[in-house]
Design a protein around this ligand. Structure first.
Ligand SMILES: [Zn+2]
Length: 268
């Protein structure tokens, strides 16, 4: 599996950090995770810079939650693919997010575009949290499985992380994407993101604020990751951070943590 980070910042990070999102490469198809307000422009700029035609190959988008830094340019991407490229886009999200995302898309795209199965935008949502979805890829490249897991975040706002793996892949080649989340906890079972389990992901892309922890926080903080054992730290890529890359690199010196930067590519 190949993962390209498009952006690594949050809502208030400097523009050059982008908004935290990633492309998952599966053969000719691309899966986009989150589409914050800066992401569509980032995609167009990257395509112009290196000549790759990412936007036309993004046939699926997975959304963690509905904050603007995660969904703010989804409408532009869907419109562009539909009207300019003539292509539909499949959308995945967790079950509790589905009605909210449908309302959002109805408002943003209009009913004429939204909700005509088989013709226009195709919204796929899990029947239940934890349902495994298969994102089909052109043969012979194996498909990618996508499993939403609800994570703890701001009260009343459903927020999901995702576990992703190739159909024929091994556990160590799987990836966990946290979404915006308090440190290391799923809603359904309190499982600590698989940090300690045999089936843990090979790489974990984790929400990390570099600000000191404060009582009402809805994010995980650097001090919490620093307390993890080294063999877990070395599998963690910090994303959704404050966006000051040079300063953050100094702040994680002496740890095994990795800092996510825009444009970084990982292969598992
Ligand atoms: Zn965010």
């Amino acid at each position: 599996m190949r993962i390209e980070l498009l952006g690594v910042g949050g809502a208030f990070s400097p523009p050059e950090a982008g908004h935290t999102s990633a492309l998952i490469y599966g053969g000719l198809n691309l899966l986009l995770i989150d589409c914050g307000s800066r992401v569509f422009d980032t995609l167009r700029r990257r395509d112009q810079e290196d000549g790759l035609d990412r936007i036309s190959h993004i046939n699926a988008v997975a959304i963690t939650h509905l904050h603007d830094d995660h969904v703010g340019s989804l409408g532009s991407l869907l419109f562009y693919r539909y009207y300019v490229l003539g292509k539909e886009t499949e959308i995945f999200c967790g079950d509790q997010l589905r009605p909210k995302l449908q309302s959002y898309l109805s408002a943003v795209l209009g009913d004429r575009v939204f909700g005509r199965p088989g013709k226009d935008l195709h919204l796929e949502a899990p029947a239940a949290s934890g349902t495994v979805y298969s994102w089909g890829c052109a043969e012979p490249t194996p498909g990618i499985h996508l499993r939403p897991r609800q994570v703890l975040d701001a009260p009343g706002e459903p927020d999901y992380g995702f576990t992703l793996w190739e159909k024929t892949g091994k556990p160590e080649s799987s990836v966990f994407w946290s979404g915006d989340a308090l440190f290391g906890r799923f809603v359904e079972d309190g499982d600590p993101w698989g940090f300690q389990t045999d089936s843990c992901a090979g790489l974990l892309f984790c929400d990390c604020s570099f600000s000191p922890r404060y009582p009402q926080t809805v994010h995980a903080h650097l001090e919490e990751y620093k307390a993890l054992p080294e063999h877990i730290q070395e599998r963690i890529v910090l994303v959704h951070h404050n966006g000051d890359v040079e300063r953050h690199k100094k702040e994680i010196e002496g740890t095994r943590l990795q800092l996510g930067v825009p444009g970084a590519v990982y292969a598992l």
